[in-house]
Write a new protein. Structure first.
Lengths: 189, 189
DNA sequence: ACCATGTGAGACGTGGACGTCTCAGAAGGA
DNA sequence: TCCTTCTGAGACGTCCACGTCTCACATGGT
């Protein structure tokens, strides 16, 4: 009389498969999501009450991955620029999911958004602010904008990679270098 | 026996109203688009055969605005950095529409995309390449990526402004400064 | 006055995706 | 072996947006 299986292992697998699919085609059907995960639509509905629930779960997954990446990057340690480098590198596997959620959030602007995002935004902004306080980063660009720009560049990068316009290997380098250094050549010191 | 009215004036008005609405809510109904433009759904269908046609028209509008902005920015004149400045400034009014089309394009990745985009991409990439050739821009970031990043930053900026996270007045400055100069402080020359 | 053209309102049918349900069968423990 | 649990397949019904159509009305020229 002991319950052995309570749909925990597959749950994560389904979620990640859905992320992979919806990342490529945001308009994918529930049926397509189910087939991509190798299960039937009925079973998919047993895991997630509906499409909304699935998106919510993906949102939670994305937030969790972001927070994990943020912690792995040790944002309070050493030069802020290096922390940003570590952060983008840690964020790379989640970039496509982030891009999906970023645009998805735009669609349903009316509803209240997951508080996890605001928490995450605050932590990212804090990193940029730390760089400013340390004198590493310029102070004429607000942390809020830098946070937003980071999302945008991650999304653009993920999309550009997906479309084959840039090499996957260059992902982190391109984003980090553009974000930190900008387009203009630096004067030789 | 001379035809006076052939639905030309309102056509543009409808298009721009639709752009303004769909920019805010990409999932807006044809009915909502019609009401926003002050016309009935039937009349909207008389202007645009369907939703696809409307999106196509918006795409053409966005491309036209981009090309107009590009020409107004005189991309082949003077320092490339200044040209980029002029370009972003000229692009600012179209940024929201661009952001909409950028994400919209991502949704229908399967279908062939408007050739206007590739033409535009080429011209933007040419501008960045010119900056590289002049020694203004660093050469380790490909023009293709810079083009993509420009789109991404325009989108992020437009969205951040729409959500009230950054001031509308700072739009051009923030994008240009981040794109050209990056986050890190420059050494005093 | 007449007529043509464009319009609004609304009805109608269609298609697609969704959510729910049932039922038979596979898998695995007792 | 039996029995519980989960699953796949599929059949509904529902809802929403779309596209089309009709018809009456307003506008504006002749």
């Amino acid at each position: 009389m002991v319950y052995v299986c309570f749909m925990a292992v597959d749950h994560d697998h389904v979620l990640r498969t859905a992320a992979a699919l919806l990342t490529r085609r945001a308009t994918a059907t529930m049926d397509e999501v189910a087939r991509a995960a190798g299960i039937s639509r009925a079973t998919l509905h047993r895991h997630f009450a509906g499409r909304d629930a699935l998106i919510r779960a993906l949102e939670d997954l994305g937030i969790a991955e972001c927070e994990a990446a943020l912690e792995a990057a040790r944002p309070d340690e050493g030069p802020a620029a290096d922390a940003v480098r570590r952060l983008v590198r840690a964020l790379e596997p989640s970039a496509a999911l982030l891009a999906f959620l970023y645009t998805e959030n735009q669609l349903f602007e009316g509803e209240e958004q997951n508080e996890g995002w605001t928490r995450l935004d605050a932590r990212l902004a804090a990193l940029f602010r730390r760089g400013q306080d340390r004198g590493e980063f310029r102070i004429d660009l607000s942390p809020a904008w830098l946070t937003e720009a980071l999302y945008g560049l991650l999304g653009s990068g993920a999309w550009a990679v997906a479309e084959g316009r840039v090499a996957r290997n260059d992902f982190t380098y391109m984003i980090v270098e553009l974000l930190l250094g900008g387009v203009c050549r630096r004067e030789e010191p």
